[in-house]
Design a protein around this ligand. Structure first.
Ligand code: GLV
Length: 311
């Protein structure tokens, strides 16, 4: 497929221009999201960005490339055009997210917050760390992100269960089960981590019913999408002690509104969607590699999104 004019927009537009102008064999027009006009949208035969800008119509393009790993901003509950190829960035997200999860798990196990409070109060309050070794984690999503989390934690002696639609066994996990069988591993997991993309199937997946299957007192980390978690159900589960704590990098509404009850909870740690931020180098490489593959034939694309599946 021949792509000649790519409209690049979003946070990395300037760096992508700098890195790819004259390197990629297509003309680039790089603009901040709020500067894209109807003429720019009409000029391009391909669009690269973190999300569609107002006026974006998928059918105007032969190729759309998501600069992030998730593509829900483009296709979740939105019409797509069959002729338009959608690809996404597959960078080093697994390692970044694994480090994020590990960081929060260790901070919890080693009582970082309690010791910070003690220090502020000039209080000497010994409390032994809870070893991660011997604990168990259930990871929703057994793709590369879930696999990297699992391998990282297993290296520290954590047992890792994978949960996917099919339940197909994968060597990165101690055991893999299907979503229907989730109860079998959920009642053993001290930590539950969601890495799933937002699709019709995963929207509001973590509701009261699913949370009730989790081991009482376990902790939940959401690095997937906020729309997969029913936040009022999470709050109720924390209130009754079904869950001990939650670490949320993604929220149903971002930025999280000032009025949200989540902000003031000591049992919730909120981070502003930073667990795996696409950097300029991986964005440039992915855009270039995908463009190159497209020139040679669409079937060479390793990062094409299956629109029906939603990821
Ligand atoms: C981050 O959430 C991404 O989709 O890259």
């Amino acid at each position: 497929m021949e792509i000649k004019r790519i409209l690049v927009t979003g946070r990395l537009q300037e760096e992508l221009k700098h890195r790819l102008d004259g390197v990629i064999g297509a003309e680039l027009r790089c603009l901040p999201e709020d500067r894209v006009t109807e003429q720019d949208l009409a000029w391009a035969d391909a669009y690269a960005g973190f999300r569609p800008v107002p006026g974006f119509l998928p059918e105007q393009y032969r190729w759309v490339h998501a600069l992030g790993a998730g593509v829900d901003a483009f296709i979740h509950r939105k019409p797509w055009s069959e002729q338009t190829i959608l690809t996404r960035t597959t960078g080093d997200f697994g390692r970044k997210i694994a480090e994020y999860c590990l960081g929060h798990m260790l901070a919890d196990a080693q009582h970082h917050e309690g010791f910070s409070e003690d220090q502020r109060a000039r209080r000497w309050g010994p409390q032994a760390a809870v070893p991660l070794a011997g604990q168990a984690v259930a990871v929703f999503g057994t793709g590369t992100i879930g696999q990297t989390i699992s391998l990282t934690l297993r290296a520290l002696g954590v047992r890792a269960y994978g949960i996917s639609w099919s339940g197909t066994a994968h060597e990165a996990f101690d055991k893999t089960v299907s979503l229907r069988e989730a109860a079998v591993v959920l009642d053993q997991a001290d930590w539950v981590i969601n890495t799933l993309p937002l699709t019709e199937q995963t929207e509001a997946l973590f509701d009261e019913r699913l949370i009730a299957l989790m081991k009482p007192g376990c902790a939940f980390i959401n690095v997937g999408r906020g729309g997969s978690l029913v936040e009022p159900d999470l709050l109720r589960a924390l209130d009754r002690g079904q869950l001990r704590k939650a670490v949320l990098d993604v929220l149903s509404v971002e930025p999280l509104p000032d009025t949200s009850p989540l902000w003031s909870r000591p049992d919730i740690k909120i981070t502003p969607h930073i667990a795996a931020v696409t950097d300029a180098e991986e964005a440039a490489q992915a855009l270039l590699d995908t463009w190159n593959a497209l020139q040679q034939g669409e079937n060479l694309l390793a990062n094409r999104v299956n629109i029906e599946r939603g990821y």
